[in-house]
Design a protein around this ligand. Structure first.
Ligand SMILES: Cc1ncc(COP(=O)(O)O)c(C=O)c1O
Length: 363
């Protein structure tokens, strides 16, 4: 029985992505690579809804977050770190690791960011140079209302950095309309590619900040990327196989049509949430002004049960792999990933199996 990998990334790949990533190597300093890189960037711009530059890094998503921090700021500068879960905390931790003065604006895990609280925090901290936000908090299955947050952030002269690692490509993103200076995503999420490439948008303001920033950097230095990408190359050896798959994933999204992809992601997520309720279970958290995520569904596990034991049974008896709870949510929730190459038919067996596992556990 083939494994049904339902973690929120890496995601199962369509056959064409598997074929693409198995292709023979090419010279990463030759014309074929230059052509591919140019095609990937041109393909991403409409999907991100941006005219900004896009940098491709050979790194997982976290490398993209680190790149954003080290290129935009100087030691001691103040950033407002909005957090609604584990990945929001990670963004703040990276900023702290690079000696930025982090003003945390943390909401309880299971809630989304309230724009009026963010507004107040920005009012109280006029020195803030940048705002860090997680678009889709993969650890809690909740999506921030980025359109609403962007309206508040636009009132201040700050750089707007968005971790959209598990959102863009599956959940609406409008980099330019929302005034986002740096937006980060990763190949293993909605892009139907293996892990290994982080995609980062850079606005003109972000370029200016990067030229003034004094944080130490080498591998992720935007100036190096600017120089080398103009020649159709990358400063260091890129994950060529992941580029092949990414190029394929972008083509798949383009062929289906972005609007259709977003509608399918919504449909599959609605179906997943409906199945949760059908089994008498509850979704974790309360989206408030935000949303339940269209890429990952977090299910609250009743007090009397252990989420880790449920995951183990699903894996051992049904070859279905779900995500567990991170940090303080370990055992309290399980998470179903549904981004990228996904249809309702991938989700149905999860609930068929979950129903049996629960019946057995409760018996
Ligand atoms: C919202 C979010 N941010 C950051 C990360 C970290 O990305 P990576 O594991 O690719 O470094 C993830 C990965 O799940 C994520 O979902």
């Amino acid at each position: 029985m083939e494994q049904n990998l339902r973690i929120p990334g890496p995601t199962p790949l369509p056959p064409s992505a598997l074929q693409a990533s198995a292709r023979q190597m090419i010279d990463h300093r030759g014309p074929e690579f230059a052509q591919m890189q140019q095609e990937i960037i041109a393909g991403l711009k409409p999907l991100f809804r941006t005219e900004n530059d896009i940098i491709l890094l050979t790194a997982s998503g976290t490398g993209g977050l680190e790149a954003a921090i080290v290129n935009l700021f100087s030691p001691g500068e103040q950033v407002l770190a909005i957090s609604i879960g584990s990945f929001g905390e990670r963004f703040a931790k990276i900023a702290r690791a690079y000696q930025l003065d982090v003003v945390p604006v943390s909401f309880p895990w299971g809630e989304t960011a309230d724009p009026s609280v963010v507004d107040q925090a920005l009012k109280e901290h006029p020195q803030v140079k940048g705002v860090l936000v997680t678009h889709n908090e993969t650890s809690t299955g909740l999506t921030n209302n980025l359109a609403a947050l962007s309206k508040v952030i636009a009132k201040y002269e700050v750089l707007f950095l968005v971790d959209s690692i598990s959102a863009v490509g599956a959940i609406e993103m409008r980099v330019d309309d929302w005034g986002i200076d740096v937006m980060i995503t990763g190949s293993q999420k909605a892009w139907m590619a293996p892990p290994g490439v982080a995609m980062v948008t850079v606005s003109p303001q972000a370029w200016t900040a990067s030229r003034q920033s004094k944080l130490p950097r080498f591998y992720f230095d935007f100036a190096q990327y600017e120089e080398w990408m103009a020649k159709g190359q990358t400063p260091w050896t890129p994950a060529v196989s992941v580029y092949f798959a990414l190029q394929n994933g972008i083509k798949l999204i383009k062929d289906e049509g972005l609007e259709n992809v977003l509608a399918r992601q919504q449909r599959v997520a609605d179906y997943t949430r409906q199945e949760v309720r059908r089994l008498g279970l509850q979704l974790f958290g309360n989206p408030g002004i935000g949303f339940y995520s269209n890429t990952v569904t977090a299910i609250s596990i009743p007090e009397s049960l252990d989420g880790e034991a449920i995951r183990k049974s699903l894996r051992q008896q049904y070859n279905i792999v779900l995500g567990g709870g991170l940090g303080k949510l370990k055992g309290r929730i399980v998470r179903i990933g549904h981004m990228g190459w996904v249809q309702e038919s991938h989700i149905t067996p999860v609930f068929t199996a979950l129903q049996k596992v629960l019946a057995h556990t409760e018996a």
